[in-house]
Design a protein around this ligand. Structure first.
Ligand SMILES: Cc1ncc(COP(=O)(O)O)c(C=O)c1O
Length: 383
């Protein structure tokens, strides 16, 4: 059976050239980048070339990019850094639909270190009200952390405006751009963002590698202490092969960006149009807002995501729900809850996330089976 992968917001398939490149750094160029000999030099060269490629994707200077173990660590590092910048400022601002790797460290600071955390609501279409953001920023605000694009719905927020607002109020701004990188252009210098997080595995690179961009002048608090790697900002021998793979993936993303939106959105639009035409009582969450071209978040009334995912998987098609699914029990998604998606719809949600490796034939294959699967799940739901 040909398998079809539509869960690219969870992770992407590493591009074949990414794997080839990584293998060379596991095998031939296995040296420690801090070593003074040729082995070290080769590894160092790979690492710095990778850093330059990651920097190019976001138009940063390479020395402003710190490699991390992934998006989660980059988010934690940015939050710890921005929050600690000024001891007199103890107010933190975020939104209700952020990834757990943003919400949890912010909650930790509120619970254990005397910060006050303010969580902004979103509209029913997933939009963020900039006036509300502006009104919530206070003289004691240390950091605003808002995502570039939502991992569940693909809804995109006006980053440049948010960054300008934070700048005008002298507040640090961290942006989790893990889902946007490689899908939309990001220019950190034009945006004027202070911290920006990236992850390799969301753009056809490897897992376990990410990066934090830190604007020159923005404070940085290292989370991992030890030797002087990453300019003393993140100790531990670098994961050179993963960094090199991430760098290659960024280079590929830069090449594909000009065509990404037009190529992927044709498939996304066809899927959405046909799903809405063929399946009654379906809704696309967030479709009234600007969105990533690759993400569909669709809810079917009186349906169980777990059953849909399982049946699709049996037919070789991988999609996800909005939430972790354990033996049929669904924990409602905090994102859909924040958007006030009715409960009768929330439990029947699928996230279908495409990549540039998907084809229209795969889209047609999903469309051929989905209406029947939803109808069967509804019969089971009613029983
Ligand atoms: C929006 C967002 N932020 C952060 C992360 C965490 O990245 P990582 O898996 O590399 O730790 C993810 C991954 O699911 C994500 O979607």
């Amino acid at each position: 059976m040909e398998r079809i992968y539509f869960d690219n917001n969870a992770t992407t398939q590493p591009a074949p050239v990414v794997i080839q490149k990584m293998l060379r750094y596991l095998d031939e160029h296995f040296g420690n980048p801090s070593s003074g000999h040729r082995y070290g030099e080769a590894a160092r060269h790979g690492l710095e070339q990778a850093r330059a490629r990651v920097a190019t994707l976001i138009n940063a200077e390479p020395n402003r990019v710190i490699f991390t173990s992934g998006g989660t660590e980059a988010n934690n590092m940015a939050i710890a850094s921005g929050a600690a910048a000024n001891p007199a400022r103890k107010h933190l601002l975020t939104s209700a639909v952020e990834h757990a790797s943003v919400l949890k460290p912010l909650e930790f600071l509120a619970r254990h270190q005397g910060y006050q955390l303010e969580v902004l609501p979103v509209a029913t279409d997933g939009g963020l009200d900039l006036e509300e953001v502006a009104a919530a920023i206070r003289p004691e605000t240390a950091l605003v952390s808002l995502m570039a694009a939502n991992n569940e719905t693909g809804v995109v927020w006006p980053l440049a405006e948010i960054a300008a607002l934070c700048r005008s109020r002298s507040v640090f701004f961290h942006c989790d751009a893990v889902q946007m990188a490689g899908k939309e252009e990001i220019d950190v210098r034009r945006l004027g963002v202070d911290y920006l997080s990236l992850a390799g595995h969301k753009l056809h690179g490897p897992k376990g590698i990410g990066a934090l961009y830190v604007r020159r002048g923005a404070p940085l608090v290292p989370l991992i202490l030890g030797a002087g790697q990453e300019n003393g900002q993140r100790a531990g021998t670098e994961n050179v092969a993963a960094a090199v793979g991430f760098g290659k993936a960024c280079e590929l993303a830069v090449e594909s960006l000009p065509h990404y939106r037009s190529r992927i959105s044709v498939m996304r639009d066809r899927l959405e149009k046909e799903i809405l035409a063929a399946i009654p009582e379906a809704r696309i969450n967030g479709n009234e807002q600007p969105r990533l071209a690759n993400t569909i978040n669709v809810s079917f009334k009186n349906c169980a995501s777990g059953a849909l995912i399982q049946e699709l998987d049996e037919r070789g098609i991988a999609v996800s729900a909005h939430a972790a699914c354990h033996s049929g029990d669904l924990t409602p998604s905090h994102v859909l809850a924040a958007m006030q998606v009715p409960e009768t719809f929330q439990h029947g949600t699928l996230r279908i996330s495409l990549s540039r490796f998907n084809t229209m034939d795969e889209v047609e294959a999903l469309l051929a089976v989905l209406p029947g699967i939803v109808a069967r799940s509804r019969r089971g739901f009613a029983a």
